[in-house]
Design a protein around this ligand. Structure first.
Ligand SMILES: *[C@@H]1O[C@H](CO)[C@@H](O)[C@H](O)[C@H]1NC(C)=O
Ligand SMILES: *[C@@H]1O[C@H](CO)[C@@H](O)[C@H](O)[C@H]1NC(C)=O
Ligand SMILES: *[C@@H]1O[C@H](CO)[C@@H](O)[C@H](O)[C@H]1NC(C)=O
Ligand SMILES: *[C@@H]1O[C@H](CO)[C@@H](O)[C@H](O)[C@H]1NC(C)=O
Ligand SMILES: *[C@@H]1O[C@H](CO)[C@@H](O)[C@H](O)[C@H]1NC(C)=O
Ligand SMILES: *[C@@H]1O[C@H](CO)[C@@H](O)[C@H](O)[C@H]1NC(C)=O
Length: 454
């Protein structure tokens, strides 16, 4: 057992070598996604408060129920009522603007992110008319209005630049993966890009791993039409408690630390079914069957590989749990980041618990109390409209709208009033749009917890 006092003095910065992890291809339009493997390295800084305290076994009745569960049913969805109304009022105008957006603009993805080219078709009625390609030969074409650069391919920019084009900086990776792992300082990109496109909600173009409303829509459209019945059926087929799927192992200390957390939970009495590449002796969970396997478990460990990186919540880790029908136990981003994007009252936050034993006790409590457990699944019977970011257009669809002067999606940006007051909801910004300091934006104060130095 690691001594708490020692841990509190040391800032543990560990690099987890991920040998080969399934990585979600950035799906632009549909919710179907390609998977591909890549060598993927991530950084883990383990927070002090999570040091194991499995030696102090507390009585079951001491169980600490986090505040969210006390207010399970009335937890607010993080949408501003005023903005919701503005959006509703805009729908007619948006519709009109979209039907006006028939001139076809080119969007060039300068280099495919990890060598994978996927065919991307944008729905004109939702996004306006745009052709998306990897055709560098079109870069001088007057209809080419945006060139998208994946963060690891930026060095090969076109030699000449048309200033009426938007240069878009694209990353689905968090600050540690760029700064600490790849050594990218980003300081050479002051005033180079016009727009950011990342998983962060405050990106110019929001590019999340998933949108809760879409996930719910998928769940409900593949159901029987009676979400309450589907929910009861889902709960009745559960025959095990916790599953953790992990292929991010390796001989490094960070991987061991994460392993150790789960080991400590097991020592504290939690049954955890560990699957994936790190546990080849356990039953495999082949791709394609993973959701089916997850559905038999009550809980799914969705532990991100970085700590308190703004909005860094990956599809693989969190949204698979929703699709598979298990309640995610989450760790990684700040709780408020999760709450802004996940369905209301859908997650159990490791950060809510003072120590691991309390977490174990709480999960065991939920395992016994179906009524309490079910509260975490209630969202499955709600309407997609009630999910965060409902109706928000994202990724290249949002970019296409922007090229056509449709900026209403900015209303979803948490920093809307500060950041976009000069950009009209409809029409083009009179001043050029420029990302003055990419480094400051991506590594700056908002990422302080997640990145030691920038
Ligand atoms: C939305 O439209 C309604 C009805 O036309 C109007 O009363 C309300 O003030 C509008 N709200 C906003 C925020 O524009
Ligand atoms: C759409 O085009 C029509 C005809 O040019 C114009 O009158 C109208 O203002 C446009 N609407 C929007 C929302 O851009
Ligand atoms: C685009 O124009 C520049 C400057 O005229 C030229 O150097 C470059 O080769 C052109 N690129 C393509 C793909 O036509
Ligand atoms: C996350 O929460 C911590 C502690 O409340 C705070 O100091 C930090 O700024 C937050 N980080 C982000 C990215 O919001
Ligand atoms: C089970 O959970 C429900 C809902 O949270 C609660 O009202 C009830 O008291 C719990 N029952 C037990 C035995 O803890
Ligand atoms: C894009 O950024 C460049 C470099 O800062 C700037 O000169 C240009 O005007 C911007 N283009 C647009 C369309 O905003």
């Amino acid at each position: 057992m690691v001594d708490r006092a020692v841990l509190s003095k040391i800032l543990i910065v560990l690099i987890v070598l991920v040998t080969s992890s399934t990585y979600l291809c950035y799906n632009f339009l549909s919710d179907t996604f390609n998977t591909f493997s890549k060598t993927h390295q991530v950084l883990l800084r383990w927070p002090k408060r999570l040091t194991s305290s499995t030696n102090q076994h507390e009585p079951f009745n001491d169980i600490q129920i986090p505040t969210t569960t006390k207010t399970a049913s009335n937890q607010a969805i993080s949408t501003d009522v005023g903005l919701t109304q503005v959006r509703a009022n805009l729908s007619q105008k948006l519709h009109e603007a979209l039907s006006n957006s028939t001139e076809q603009y080119n969007i060039i993805i300068w280099e495919p992110p990890f060598g994978v080219k996927s065919t991307i078709h944008l729905d004109q009625s939702k996004c306006g008319a745009c052709d998306v390609s990897y055709d560098q030969g079109k870069v001088n074409d007057s209809m080419t209005k945006a060139v998208v650069f994946h963060f690891n391919k930026v060095h090969k920019m076109p030699q000449t630049r048309r200033l009426d084009q938007y240069y878009v900086w694209w990353s689905m990776e968090g600050p540690p993966a760029l700064r600490e792992l790849r050594g990218m300082k980003l300081s050479e990109y002051d005033n180079v890009f016009n727009l950011t496109m990342t998983y962060r909600q405050d990106s110019d173009i929001y590019s999340p791993y998933s949108i809760a409303a879409d996930v719910l829509q998928n769940i409900q459209s593949s159901g029987s039409g009676d979400p309450n019945k589907d929910l009861d059926q889902l709960i009745s087929k559960k025959n095990a408690m916790v599953i953790w799927m992990v292929s991010n192992c390796g001989a490094t200390k960070g991987a061991q630390t994460r392993m150790k957390l789960v080991q400590d939970l097991i020592i504290a009495g939690l049954p955890v079914d560990r699957r994936g590449g790190c546990f080849p002796k356990n039953k495999p969970a082949p791709r394609g069957q993973q959701l089916e396997i997850i559905s038999e478990f009550k809980f799914y460990f969705a532990f991100e590989n970085s700590y308190h990186c703004l909005d860094y919540i990956t599809e693989k880790l969190s949204f698979n749990a929703f699709r598979g029908g298990a309640v995610p136990v989450v760790f990684g981003a700040n709780k408020s980041d999760y709450q802004a994007v996940v369905p209301p009252n859908s997650c159990i936050y490791v950060d809510d618990f003072e120590n691991l034993q309390n977490l174990v006790n709480y999960l065991k409590y939920l395992d016994k109390n179906v009524t309490a457990y079910k509260e975490y699944m209630k969202w499955r019977t709600m309407k997609p409209e009630e999910m965060p970011n409902y109706g928000r257009s994202t990724k290249l669809c949002q970019l296409c709208r922007v090229l056509h002067g449709i900026n209403v999606d900015n209303l979803f940006n948490p920093f809307y009033s500060e950041k976009y007051s000069s950009i009209p909801l409809f029409g083009h910004s009179s001043a050029p749009r420029v990302v003055t300091s990419l480094r400051e934006w991506f590594y700056g104060p908002l990422s302080k917890d997640c990145l030691a130095n920038y």
